[in-house]
Design a protein around this ligand. Structure first.
Ligand SMILES: [Zn+2]
Length: 321
C-alpha cells in the first residue's frame, strides 16, 4: 500500500482534504507501525517477490513540497522511524505565498479572508459572483467549513469555488497569474496569504538530509500534463529531475503525476517518465500495489484528517479491498 499526504498542518478550510493535523499524523504513523510495516518506496518497487517484503508493507509519500513537510512531518517520521518520499515541484521552491489552489480557497471560502465579490474576464468569458452577506456572527465559523470539493456544493461560495477551480486548473501559469490579479481585489491579511507556504531551497536540503526521507520529482510547475505538448511535458518532467538532483546532490528516481488521475496524464507522459530514467511513478487513484501493478502508474490511497482509531479502520478496509 502507498499512502499520499500533502500537508501536516491545521486549516480552517480544506476543500481537497490536503491537511492532516500534526496530532493525527503522529497517531496515524503509530497505527502503521502496529497494523502494517512501513517500507521505503524504493524498497517496495525494487522487491522481486513478496519474500523480500514484510507483511503488509506500506509506503508514506507526500506531494508538492509544503514547508510543513520539514517542520511537522519529518520530525514525526523520525520519532516513529517511518520512511517517507516527498515529491517536490521545484518551480515553487522559495515561493512565499499560498499556491493557487490554496489562494482560491482563501479568496472564496475562508471566512477570514474571503471576498464579497469576485470578477474574472478570461478568453472572452465573464465570470462574476456577488456573495450574500454571512448571516452568522462576525468571526463565527462557517457551517460549511468542512465541505469537500467532491461533495455537492451547499452554497454559492462552494459552487463558485468549483467553477473557478475547473477554469484555473487548465490555464498556463502566466494566464493563471493574470486571472488571480483580477480575482484579488481586497488585500488579504498577511498570515492568510502565507498560511501554506512552500519549502525554500535550504529547507529542501534539510528535508533531504538523513536516511529516512527520500526526494522524488513532481514536475517543475505542477501542470495538467495531458494538456501539454510532448516537448513541454519533457521540460516539466526531465527539468524537475535535473533541478532536484542539482539541489540535493542525490539521484532522483521516483516521480508522481500532478493531480494524478487518469485524465491528468497520457501514455505519452508515462513514456516520458520512463525515458528520463525514473524507476517508478505514482498516480492518485486508490488501490493496492500488487505484483502485476504497472510500476509507472502506482495507485495510492489518500488518508484524511482522521484520528488513530478511524485511520486504523480505514487502513484495514483498504487492505481487505
Ligand atoms: Zn501535487
Amino acid at each position: 500500500m502507498i499512502l499520499v499526504y500533502h500537508r501536516v498542518a491545521e486549516a480552517t478550510v480544506d476543500p481537497w482534504a490536503l491537511n492532516v493535523s500534526p496530532v493525527h499524523f503522529a497517531q496515524q504513523l503509530q497505527v502503521l507501525n502496529t497494523i502494517a510495516h512501513p517500507v521505503s518506496l524504493r524498497q517496495l518497487v525494487s522487491a522481486r517477490s513478496d519474500r523480500e517484503l514484510p507483511q503488509r508493507p506500506v509506503c508514506v509519500t507526500f506531494d508538492d513540497g509544503y514547508a510543513d513537510n520539514l517542520y511537522a512531518a519529518k520530525p514525526a517520521l523520525e520519532t516513529y522511524r517511518v520512511p517517507g518520499t516527498v515529491f517536490i515541484t521545484p518551480g515553487y521552491l522559495g515561493f512565499p505565498e499560498n499556491l493557487w489552489w490554496d489562494e482560491l480557497a482563501k479568496l472564496v471560502l475562508d471566512p477570514a479572508s474571503r471576498q464579497e465579490e469576485l470578477r474574472l474576464s478570461l478568453h472572452g468569458h465573464e465570470y462574476a459572483y456577488v456573495f450574500p452577506a454571512s448571516t452568522g456572527e462576525l468571526g463565527a465559523p462557517d457551517p460549511h467549513n468542512n465541505w469537500r470539493g467532491w461533495e455537492i456544493a451547499p452554497g454559492s461560495r462552494q459552487s463558485a469555488y468549483l467553477e473557478l477551480y475547473e477554469v484555473l486548473v487548465k490555464l498556463s501559469n502566466s494566464d493563471r497569474d493574470q486571472a488571480f490579479e483580477q480575482l484579488r481585489t481586497g488585500a488579504m491579511p498577511y498570515a492568510d496569504r502565507h498560511e501554506h507556504r512552500f519549502l525554500t531551497q535550504t529547507e529542501l536540503r534539510e528535508l533531504a538530509s538523513g536516511d529516512l526521507v527520500e526526494i522524488g520529482a513532481h514536475t517543475m510547475t505542477h501542470p495538467w500534463l495531458s494538456l501539454l505538448l510532448p516537448e513541454q511535458q519533457q521540460d516539466e518532467i526531465g527539468g524537475s529531475k535535473q533541478r532536484l538532483e542539482a539541489l540535493t546532490g542525490k539521484n532522483i528516481t521516483t516521480f508522481a503525476y500532478p493531480y494524478g488521475k487518469k485524465i491528468h496524464y497520457t501514455q505519452q507522459t508515462v513514456k516520458t517518465v520512463k525515458a528520463n530514467g525514473f524507476a517508478c511513478a505514482c498516480s492518485n487513484f486508490g488501490g493496492l500495489v500488487t505484483r502485476t501493478s504497472n510500476r509507472f502508474e502506482l495507485p495510492r490511497f489518500q488518508p484524511m484528517d482522521w484520528d488513530g482509531d478511524q485511520f486504523a479502520d480505514v487502513v484495514n478496509s483498504w487492505y481487505r479491498a
